[in-house]
Design a protein. Structure first.
Length: 247
């Protein structure tokens, strides 16, 4: 059975679906196709914004209000178990006190397994930076009335360019042709959506993307002969820090 079919099986078996998305990269990590399938089957769907520690709270509240016009939404920092109470409340509302199977869906590395582990307070679901670790569905008991189902991440690769795949943590920066372009795309995204994040990194968000990468290299003290910024190595570091949730 292919990955897409496995996710569809999870949708079929679950009473409630929770879609985990990357709070830094909302629209790109929402799977609209799956959302439509869930709506068609008339099943409850909630959106979980993970990695919320990497986004200013005022941005999170604004994003949450926007999403709640479509689906119930909470944000969480699974790594530090922040927002877990709100997530449990959401599950309770969607389940209406009944015995429920909760299916988790989402693109690779949005943190589905980490959210499950935060919920149950132990490492029951496998986690890793590498995409595709969850090859098949995993069934995990939350309590006497709720069972959690983790699913493999599915992404329509044919619709994505290399730079976006790096941003989605679906492709290693070691395997792309132009890692500098990938880094510039990340910096451009931060400049447009979270300029204050660049400021905390000591980088002026008003500059062009290639200048931002130069400044990043200088801040990291990555220089080549003549004191010029080492753009390639700096781009690699930036992409890896993004994928590891450090930016």
């Amino acid at each position: 059975m292919g990955l897409k079919q496995r996710v569809e099986k999870v949708i079929e078996e679950a009473d409630i679906l929770l879609e985990v998305v990357d709070a830094r990269f909302i629209e790109e990590t929402r799977n609209r196709e799956m959302e439509e399938k869930i709506k068609f089957k008339r099943k409850a769907l909630g959106i979980v914004l993970n990695k919320s520690d990497l986004v200013p709270e005022k941005n999170l509240e604004e994003i949450k209000r926007k999403i709640q016009k479509e689906f119930p939404c909470v944000y969480i920092n699974a790594k530090e178990k922040k927002g877990v109470t709100k997530l449990k409340e959401l599950i309770g509302k969607l389940g209406r006190g009944k015995n429920s199977k909760i299916g988790f869906i989402g693109y690779p590395n949005t943190g589905k397994s980490s959210v499950i582990n935060a919920l149950i307070g132990r490492h029951a679901a496998r986690t890793a930076i590498k995409a595709g670790l969850t090859r098949g569905e995993q069934f995990i008991k939350l309590n006497d009335t709720i069972k959690l189902i983790d699913s493999p991440g599915v992404i329509p690769f044919s619709q994505r360019d290399e730079e976006e795949l790096v941003m989605l943590s679906a492709k290693s920066p070691n395997r792309v042709k132009d890692v500098e372009l990938c880094a510039e795309k990340i910096l451009e995204h931060l400049k447009t959506n979270f300029p204050e994040k660049l400021e905390t990194m000591g980088i002026n968000p008003k500059k062009e993307a290639y200048e931002l990468l130069e400044d990043y290299a200088i801040k990291k003290k990555k220089l080549v002969k003549g004191g010029k910024p080492d753009l390639k190595n700096s781009a690699m570091i930036l992409c890896l820090e993004w994928q590891k949730g450090k930016i």
